[in-house]
Ligand binder design. Structure first.
Ligand code: ADP
Length: 269
């Protein structure tokens, strides 16, 4: 068995473990072999210039790449001791446990209440739905703002509120892990701050893996950082690779590799 890249001083159990993960789009190798152990109840940031495979790798953790025509993942991702790429695994179940929040808030065109209740109901949730809705909205720090208008459309909320609604919707499925693909890039600074505060609170219960282009955000909120970059192969094609996966303070204070130094200081990106 390969030994995955483990960020030093990581003491908690791994929740996800990537071994020899490569991703192709057709014949194009977009991401070179990555090994990475994701500890539970931490915030992990993926940083690096555009096109280096951060989103591609993020999508591997809940088999979202299955939905992209031509995408092919090689290697293993173990979740709770099982390889999620094993043919017997149902990807829909994996996506319940490893939820996803996207760059642009994408609430359903339904009421705030239904945005939360829809998924659990579709999955046969038998408990008290009103309680689940309230609990999810409270955990997403949105309850006080929406409790008097649960019947109004989710799409009528502000951008920041919509993103917290999407986080509440993901939480209602009782996941272990939340994948976030630049969750704040479409938000104003105040909403960004609210989502960051929320992430810090949610860390007590969930593992969060976040792609971000915002260096300050990565250094403010993440425990561990994966720094990705591109390199050019013999035929002149650029493909992504993981350069370093370490506790965040080691990446930023001061950046140790020339590559990280150049990226973090804004020389490319
Ligand atoms: P990042 O998130 O770091 O900006 P991506 O994961 O989006 O990078 O992209 C990595 C590489 O894969 C890039 O070269 C990009 O053009 C390519 N790529 C991403 N999505 C697709 C797709 N659906 N089809 C073909 N190539 C893709």
């Amino acid at each position: 068995m390969r030994s995955p890249k483990k960020a030093q001083s990581t003491q908690t159990n791994p929740v996800l473990n990537a071994q020899g993960v490569k991703v192709y789009y057709g014949d194009f190798l977009a991401l070179q072999e990555v090994d990475m152990e994701i500890p539970e109840r931490k915030i992990i940031a993926f940083i690096g210039p555009s096109g280096c495979g951060k989103s591609t790798f993020l999508r591997c953790f809940n088999r979202m790449n299955d939905l992209i025509p031509g995408a092919r993942v090689e290697g293993q991702i173990n979740y709770q001791g099982k390889n999620i790429y094993d043919g017997k695994i149902n990807p829909v179940k994996i996506r319940r446990q490893v939820g996803m929040v996207f760059q642009r808030p994408n609430p359903f065109p339904k009421s705030i209440y239904e945005n939360i209740a829809f998924g659990p109901r579709a999955n046969g949730y038998k408990g008290n739905m009103a309680e689940l809705v309230e609990q999810s909205l409270r955990r997403a720090a949105l309850w006080d703002e929406v409790k008097d208008k649960l019947k109004e459309k989710g799409t009528a909320l502000s951008g920041g509120q919509q993103q917290r609604l999407c986080i509440a919707r993901a939480i209602a499925m009782k996941p272990d892990v939340l994948l976030m693909d630049e969750p704040c890039s479409a938000l104003d600074p105040i909403s960004t701050q609210q989502v960051e505060e929320l992430c810090r609170e949610l860390k007590e219960q969930y593992t969060m893996i976040m792609v971000t282009h915002n260096m300050q955000q990565a250094s403010r909120i993440s425990d561990l950082t994966g720094f990705f970059n591109t390199e050019t192969d013999a035929s002149g094609k650029r493909r992504g690779k993981l350069v370093k996966f370490s506790p965040t303070e080691e990446i930023f204070n001061p950046p140790r590799t020339q590559e990280a130094k150049a990226y973090i200081s804004g020389k490319f990106g």
